[in-house]
Design a protein around this ligand. Structure first.
Ligand SMILES: [Zn+2]
Length: 465
């Protein structure tokens, strides 16, 4: 099947084609019918919720030569030029790339002139919160007394960043996230009109993945059909968007909610070895834990099959419910830590092990860091030599994939106190399970090996708790 730009092709051309924003489109249509159009609008809402599409329809509707019941006809000369993007009276400005005061000054000069062809000059300013302070002030002057023939439509994902002076001069519409049902309904229409065969369960997954953004939903659909198949299946979608099979999610989550660090290590290695995209996996893990929490109160989780829901129910029986809630927050934090990290695998693995160790009402990591910071001055005289030893030890552990030991030792101090004697001073927050782990024979053998590598000879090791 040839690649089709579905998003452009199926961008709604009329208010009635818009999905999930009925209140807004109805209000706007009424304004148009009653000739009570405002001079400044603010459209706020998440990505892909329909702000820009609505702005474009509104810009045509106010100028259309033959409007029908508040809708643009999309056939008259004005509508046609607007649709082609050649009507100079409608300007679209992306504030993210034109945030300067000069751009707004240009607008201020321009608005004094009457429109060339249309009835109104319409300025659609996208991501308006990105404007500089100077540009906001310039815009404000225009908004204070807008000429009768000018309409501003400001769109933003972050209305809280706008000056109150701007907010107070606009008629505001808040676009809500589009529901899964609405997205599925729209995707069905698109598929039917494009002769795309697709499984119902696949549509639900796309809708769920898109997080209320129609644009994202359509772009996932596009990726699936451009991969060249006759029928889009659930499996394909999962492969293309990289949804990890639920088994991985179940096992990893189980290791975390049952405080089984060794299992956490094993499972995270499985995920890494399977070549999963770790950013996607951690994102999916956050969603999965959130869904587990939801499952306690509702069974309406369309993304999962019945047998998967049954497995999730089993897991819930074993899970510490309080820990589930904490995990959502902790995993989201881990997700953002990983985002910019170059060594994602290490952050991922150590992160999961750490979470598995943490008991409910866990000690926040910041406390550990704080504690280390407090003890730092005493050791400052020898800090560089010690830090180097510790870094070498941690690097050696990381290279040999001994991540539990790595996690414990990165919260401990390693000091060479005599020529052949090393002290490992453990953090006060080290819990019983970690203590036991360190006392195991194989742990002691491992430590000796690592120290031998770092110091080039056999060392005596003393634990200081
Ligand atoms: Zn028209």
């Amino acid at each position: 099947m040839a690649y089709v730009a579905l998003y452009r092709k199926f961008r709604p051309q009329k208010f009635e084609d818009m999905v999930g924003q009925e209140y807004i489109t109805k209000t706007l249509k009424n304004q148009l019918i009653n000739s009570r159009v405002a001079h400044a609008y603010l459209f706020s809402g998440g990505r892909g919720s329909g702000k820009t599409t609505t702005a474009k329809i509104l810009a045509r509707a106010v100028n259309c030569l033959n409007p029908i019941n508040g809708e643009p006809c999309n056939e008259c000369e004005i509508c046609k030029h607007a649709l082609e993007g050649t009507l100079t009276d409608i300007s679209e400005i992306d504030a993210a790339s034109n945030n300067g005061v000069d751009n707004i000054r240009d607008i201020r000069e321009e608005v004094e002139f009457i429109p060339t062809n249309a009835k109104y000059r319409v300025y659609i300013i996208d991501e308006v919160h990105m404007l500089s302070t100077g540009a906001f002030n310039a815009l404000l002057k225009t908004l204070e007394e807008p000429p009768k023939h000018v309409i501003f439509i400001l769109a933003t994902t972050e209305p809280q960043k706008l000056p109150i002076t701007i907010l107070s001069r606009c008629q505001r519409f808040d676009f809500k996230r589009i529901s899964i049902e609405d997205i599925v309904r729209r995707l069905k229409i698109i598929c039917a009109e494009s002769n795309i065969e697709i499984e119902e369960s696949a549509l639900k997954i796309i809708a769920k993945m898109s997080d209320g953004a129609m644009r994202d939903a359509i772009s996932i659909l596009e990726r699936c059909i451009s991969s060249g198949t006759d029928k889009v299946t659930e499996e394909q979608i999962k492969e293309i968007v990289g949804i990890p099979e639920i088994e991985y999610l179940l096992e990893v989550t189980e290791s975390l909610v049952t405080n089984n660090a060794e299992k956490a290590l094993m499972e995270s290695e499985k995920v890494i070895n399977a070549g999963k995209d770790l950013d996607v996996f951690i994102w999916e893990l956050v969603k999965f834990v959130r869904d587990l929490v939801m499952l306690q109160v509702s069974t309406d989780l369309v993304i999962y099959k019945d047998e998967e829901l049954a497995k999730m129910q089993d897991l819930l029986k074993k899970a510490n419910k309080d820990k589930l809630l904490e995990l959502i927050a902790e995993l989201s934090k881990l997700q953002s830590d990983m985002k910019w990290a170059t060594d994602k695998e290490v952050i991922f693995e150590t992160g999961l092990i750490r979470l598995a160790y943490q008991k409910v009402l866990m000690q926040p990591m910041t406390n550990v860091i704080q504690e280390k910071a407090n003890t730092a001055p005493q050791a400052s005289a020898v800090v560089s030599a010690e830090d180097k030893v510790k870094q070498d030890v941690l690097t050696t552990l990381k290279e040999s994939h001994k991540m539990i030991m790595h996690t414990i030792l990165s919260n401990s101090d390693i000091q060479k106190v005599e020529d052949d004697l090393v002290h490992i001073i453990f953090s006060k927050t080290l819990d019983e399970m970690n203590k036991q782990y360190m006392q195991k024979d194989e742990s002691k053998v491992l430590i000796k090996e690592v120290m031998k590598k770092v110091f080039g000879k056999d060392m005596r090791i003393k634990y200081v708790f």
